[in-house]
Design a protein around this ligand. Structure first.
Ligand code: G3H
Length: 540
């Protein structure tokens, strides 16, 4: 079968899909978690469409089912439940001993593991992530929870002692902030939602979480685990249209912490909705246009392997993806002679197919957008170098290597967040560095080269432009113990296993002038285990 025929018939008939990967349709989610109960939604459902289309005729996305289309009154009920559970810091959860909160989170992780296959299947069907990457996302999330527990134990051990300075005794710990609103992105709807949700919870905050607009149903199998593992009101879910359900939450002024992964435009709207923005702690993961700079002496095998991975893993739909490649003019032909066949060799198809790397896209209108910016570059003199690059078949967009991309083209400046790889050339390294300096984003960069002197001379200016400089390696978030953040429009706050614990809490202390009476009081409290905060208990 020719490539164009394979692309035209990319979506399989239902009965050709292997049985274990076929979901039972329709999946009508009516459950939501409020105040410790799984309630049944009686209102209208928002249809949930798969990125997988039905074959034959004009491509139609398969309707998987629906989820609650809530109103402002419903999100107000979630807010009320979270505020009640927090009770201005006096609730059972925020005042609970750290060791007990850890036990609740461990129980959740244990229950969550039982839902692996269900969640993985929905990750494939809702957002088109390959089976291997969906499993990786699930397992990485469980690991993240385990690592978070270990990091909190470490933090707590350090805080389980008094210090005496200038005649003042103090015990310094981290205390919760209040009610946290957590919203994850569609590309990592499980992992990135949980990398804020879990640290927010374990530090004693109560949480309202709204799943991403795509990748909603996959969280449904976990509702029961949340209900069973946490006290009432500590975790509450909200579904529906963002402006309808989230706007009023922010406007209420009762959200103390906003954890949001998405666009800077939406983040700005949310922050401005808060009546007293100075009271709001924001943890934001936003856009990026990470560049790879391929120097004249680069090892081309390494550069090609890493640039294919970096630009096209999960179809380029990663905030950390390489979104433009700058290649030195002296090696551009040699680079493209290897890079284009490597892209052409990527297996494409349905998420459950073995070794598949390129899959359909979940965002409505995305293939058309990618087609438009590719066409615009072609009209301005660029070419698509790989066979059938840019072909659209329903929700599927065949990856396109576009060269030469120049200033003025949308592909040069816009974050495409999809399987289009813009390639540009440079003559002097200053041009590539200038691109990074002038970019509105500041997340990461990748440098490919062998000369330590030249690499060193680039590291020093670049570390003040972005927050991670990768040497002969693609850009990426992991390992999750490394700090993940960005400058300019790319992030606010730092996330890593240990940083997240800090982000969702505030240093708080009990202090007393050191004299007999105070020493006696403190000793009595600690010996009698009268306070959960003022304590020298050591968590093993
Ligand atoms: O979408 C942004 C993710 O945090 C990227 O994570 O680099 O591990 O794919 P990753």
């Amino acid at each position: 079968m020719s490539l164009s025929e394979r692309l035209r018939t990319i979506f399989p008939a239902w009965d050709l899909i292997p049985e274990p990967h076929r979901p039972q349709l329709p999946i009508e989610q009516r459950e939501y978690l409020l105040g410790g109960e799984i309630r049944t939604w009686e209102g209208p459902l928002d249809p949930v469409r798969s990125c997988v289309c039905a074959p034959g005729g004009p491509p139609q996305q398969i309707v998987l089912g629906g989820c609650p289309l809530m109103t402002a009154a419903d999100s107000a009920a979630a807010l009320e439940a979270a505020c009640r559970a927090y009770d201005h810091g006096r609730g059972g959860w925020p005042t609970m001993p750290v060791a007990e909160r850890i036990r609740h989170v461990e129980e959740f992780a244990w229950r969550m593991k039982e839902k692996r296959e269900e969640v993985v299947r929905l990750l494939m069907w809702e957002i088109g992530k390959s089976l291997a990457d969906s499993r990786k996302e699930f397992d990485r999330t469980v690991d993240y929870i385990v690592d978070t527990v270990d990091a909190l134990k470490d933090l707590d051990r350090i805080s389980s002692r008094f210090t005496i300075e200038q005649g003042i005794i103090g015990q310094i710990r981290r205390a919760p902030l209040g009610v946290a609103l957590c919203m994850g992105p569609y590309n990592y709807p499980l992992n990135e939602t949980f990398t804020t949700l879990i640290p927010a919870l374990i530090m004693g905050n109560t949480v309202i979480f709204k799943p991403a607009h795509l990748g909603v149903l996959l969280l449904r199998p976990l509702l029961e685990a949340f209900r069973e593992s946490f006290p009432p009101g500590v975790v509450n879910t909200v579904y529906g249209d963002g402006p309808t359900v989230i706007g009023p939450l922010m406007e209420s002024g009762r959200i103390d912490c906003l954890a949001f992964i998405g666009s800077s435009k939406v983040a700005d709207i949310l922050k401005h909705q808060h009546p007293q923005p100075h009271r709001l702690r924001s943890v934001l993961g936003l856009g990026a246009k990470n560049a790879a700079i391929i120097l004249p002496d680069a090892d081309l095998d390494t550069a090609v392997t890493e640039c294919v991975l970096g630009s096209l893993s999960y179809n380029g739909q990663r905030c950390t993806a390489l979104k433009i490649l700058f290649v030195h003019r002296s090696i551009i032909d040699a680079f493209l002679a290897r890079f284009v066949p490597a892209v052409e060799a990527l297996a494409f198809g349905m998420p459950w197919e073995e070794d598949v790397r390129i899959t359909p896209l979940p965002v409505p209108g995305k293939p058309e957008y990618l087609h438009r910016i590719t066409d615009e570059a072609i009209a301005a003199g660029a070419e698509v170098l790989n066979e059938a690059g840019g072909t659209v078949s329903g929700t599927y967009f065949h990856p396109a290597v576009v060269y030469p991309v120049r200033p003025g083209m949308d592909l040069y400046s816009q974050e495409q967040f999809g399987p289009v790889v813009p390639v540009a050339t440079f003559d002097s390294i200053g041009e590539a560095v200038e691109y990074v300096v002038e970019s509105p984003y500041g997340q990461q960069v990748s440098l490919f080269g062998r000369d330590p002197g030249r690499i060193a001379s680039l590291i020093d200016p670049l570390v003040n432009q972005v927050c991670r400089v990768n040497i002969n390696s693609q850009c990426q978030r992991g390992p999750d113990t490394f700090p993940f953040t960005g400058r300019k429009n790319s992030a606010e706050g730092t996330l890593s296993v240990s940083d997240a614990l800090r982000v969702f809490s505030i240093r708080t202390l009990v202090a007393a002038k050191s004299h007999d009476m105070n020493q006696q009081i403190l000793t009595d409290i600690v010996r009698g285990r009268r306070s959960n905060f003022l304590s020298t208990d050591f968590i093993f």
